[in-house]
Design a protein around this ligand. Sequence first.
Ligand code: LMR
Length: 294
Amino acid sequence: MLRLLEIEPAMQALHGVVMELDDCAFPLVAGIEPTSSLRTAFEGTSWALLVGSVPRKAGMERNDLLNINGGIFKPQGEAINAHAASDVRVLVVGNPCNTNCLIARSHAPDVPDERWFAMTRLDQNRAMTQLAQRAGEPVTEVKRMAIWGNHSATQFPDFENATIGGKPVSDRIPELDWLQGEFITTVQQRGAAIIQARGASSAASAASAVIDSVQSIVTPTPADDFVSLAVVSHGEYGTPEGLLFGLPVRSDGSRCQVVEGLPHSSFAQERIKVTADELEGERAAVADLLQPAS
Ligand code: LMR
């Protein structure tokens, strides 16, 4: 059963969404139930995909956005804690997704750390395509594409640890200026560029990245690869504990683990610090929306 939570009562689009989902004839969808009740939406759910959030509008500061979204993700976290299945896994997509996930998680203390994810897969896919196009290789040849930190313009798409055709990226693309410059900014700014181009936030690529994210969590990761997910940091690579931080992850099909021991140049370390600082700033900005750990 697919339950769709309507977070804005005035939203008329849900009926159209149900029609389109019906028209996809998804083999696993046994029924669709739109609801505005948090309890109904999360009752017994094993997968909570938190897609809806309030996007930034002209004149809004980033902190306004964080606070408005706290009003959405706090009650969703509480409802997940109270009503979801004991094996629930949560993927937050609505922006700012890392910090929205942090808020929801703090209100769901019974759901273990390893079941929380925020989506950096869209950035991974964007980075893979940029590298593949530059190298003139199929995108399937790009592997080990880690996105570090925040799903924002500070994220670090880690070309240093990625491979193309099994070789370091720098073997296939020996242009350090491009890798350290245009490549990174293109990936960081891609969401804004899509909004500029189509007058709306990414939709198809984001939906595809949600599918990729879920598949990468429930499928064993191939031996020569890892995937990008924002997961609860336990201090790996010096990242601040407790943040939902984009990290390289491997799954055994049921549990995800952060890949440890990847080397970083001083350039990469500086980039990771910038995005960690931003996430720390976001955590500070929503401090009064977070439930203290008991
Ligand atoms: C994207 O990366 O395409 C979106 O997260 C951008 C946005 O702010 O909606």
